[in-house]
Design a protein around this ligand. Structure first.
Ligand code: RP5
Length: 167
């Protein structure tokens, strides 16, 4: 397996079902990644170590998913110059609005590219990471184009099946 170019971080094992959907997209696109649990609150030293060493280890984009008082993406952004994509996750009584605001409202100087709450965000974070890498990788750019073509074909097939079942 090649050296990871994307680091997928999440705050808890309870985030894994959503965040692994982004990992599946990277796998489909042939982008090497690593994935792990790094809690801004429970394991702050582990977050600090991973974020501060990621660039020298060859990682080029970081994805950080967390729910509730979601400080992970911001804590990571404070420790690296790599692009950080934040994925707010649902799971509390506030259904992800808490995580969305905590992730998106970064003070000037520490950008976190925040995507949608939940599954769409996890998938779009992976695609955004791939698009950043594709700026310098024409083969990956081609695979991204093929990914969209597959999604279009799936949508058309679903439409045809719907029409067939509802003549
Ligand atoms: C956040 O708190 C995690 O990212 C998770 O979304 C949420 C709940 O964590 P658990 O209590 O399920 O471990 O830090």
């Amino acid at each position: 397996m090649s050296k990871p170019l994307v680091g997928i971080m999440m705050g808890s094992a309870s985030d894994a079902d959503v965040m692994t959907q982004g990992a599946e997209v990277l796998r489909e696109l042939g982008v090497p990644y690593e994935i792990g649990i790094y809690s801004a609150h429970r394991t702050p030293d582990r977050v600090e170590k991973f974020a501060s060493q990621a660039e020298e280890r060859g990682i080029r984009v970081l994805i950080a998913g967390a729910g509730a008082a979601a400080h992970l993406a911001g804590a990571v952004a404070a420790r690296t110059h790599l692009p950080v994509i934040g994925v707010p996750l649902a799971g509390t009584a506030l259904s992800g609005m808490d995580a969305l605001l905590a992730t998106v409202q970064m003070p000037a100087g520490f950008p976190v590219a925040t995507v949608a709450i939940g599954k769409a965000g996890a998938i779009n974070a992976a695609l955004l990471a791939a698009q950043i890498l594709a700026l310098q990788d024409s083969d990956l750019r081609k695979r991204l184009g093929e990914y969209r073509e597959r999604k279009a074909a799936e949508a058309i097939k679903a439409s045809e099946e719907l029409s067939r079942k509802n003549p």
